[in-house]
Write a protein that binds this ligand. Structure first.
Ligand SMILES: C[S@@+](CC[C@H](N)C(=O)[O-])C[C@H]1O[C@@H](n2cnc3c(N)ncnc32)[C@H](O)[C@@H]1O
Length: 256
């Protein structure tokens, strides 16, 4: 989900420790500038249809931007991230949230703890995605809802930069998968897809520019951008999911 690239490269056969160190360096060099600004985050909570007082876990929370948005919505946020630099930034940025260093593949939380789980711009970086998704499933309540933003491998940019120029798994071990690939992975690991949206960030920026950089009134829901091209060509997908077999929520709940 980064907005800019960094000059230090990771080899494709990097270890998990190398990835953690790559992120530590990136957060030391760029801090919050590595990521989108704070106002890009509430929309994920809007799509999830969060309710005040609920427990939310943000997996791979970085410096805590989503945690801050969750706190503003009166949730009880918890974050976990591989990078100790991310965690130290998050502790300062959102002192009221519980944050800890850890690997998504081995979450130190009891079964069924969380009502909502987010994981943004990160699943494609995990070494063992299946294991992480099963862990996220385990720590979530029976009727929990999930918001995962993941990178699409079927774009021209990905094909050229990552595959032809052999950049796959460089820069924080970033990878990608197709729309069908992600759906299959989520279904295999116990999730049911309730909705798939395009990444909202481009349209959020455009609306802001057209408003003359006036901020969106955060007390009101933001419009949800629909794809102009077929969804399969989006740069990133936002998935809203539930556990397989759990009852679905009315669609209107997350779209307004
Ligand atoms: C692109 S950043 C996204 C940060 C945050 N989700 C956001 O959108 O603001 C990716 C994050 O994934 C974390 N990460 C990578 N692999 C991880 C793993 N196996 N377990 C936990 N966090 C991980 C990195 O430390 C980094 O903070």
């Amino acid at each position: 989900m980064g907005t800019s690239s960094t000059t230090s490269e990771l080899s494709p056969d990097a270890s998990q420790r190398d990835v953690a160190q790559w992120f530590n360096r990136t957060y030391v060099e760029k801090g919050f500038g590595y990521l989108r600004p704070q106002h890009a985050y509430p929309i994920f909570l809007q799509l999830l249809g969060v309710t005040p007082g609920s427990k939310l876990l943000d997996v791979a929370c970085g410096p805590g931007l989503l945690l801050r948005a969750a706190l503003d919505k009166k949730l009880e946020p918890t974050g976990v991230d591989l990078s100790k630099e991310a965690i130290s930034l998050a502790k300062r940025y959102v002192p009221a949230a519980e944050v800890k260093e850890g690997n998504a593949q081995q979450l130190e939380f009891a079964d069924g703890t969380f009502d909502f789980v987010t994981c943004l711009g990160s699943i494609e970086r995990f070494f063992d995605r299946e294991k992480a998704l099963r862990e996220i499933h385990r720590v979530a309540a029976r009727d929990a809802r999930f918001c995962f933003m993941v990178r699409n491998s079927a774009t021209l940019v990905w094909t050229v930069w990552r595959r032809w120029l052999r950049q796959q798994n460089h820069q924080g071990h970033q990878d990608a998968a197709s729309l069908e690939g992600w759906i299959e992975l989520f279904q295999q690991t116990g999730y049911e897809v309730d909705g798939v949206y395009i990444d909202q960030w481009f349209r959020q920026k455009l609306r802001r520019a057209l408003r003359g950089f006036r901020a969106h009134d955060m007390s009101r829901p933001e419009p949800i951008a629909r794809p102009l091209l077929p969804l399969r060509y989006a740069n990133e997908f936002i998935f809203i999911l539930r556990k397989s077999g759990a009852s679905s929520w009315p669609k209107s709940q997350n779209e307004n």
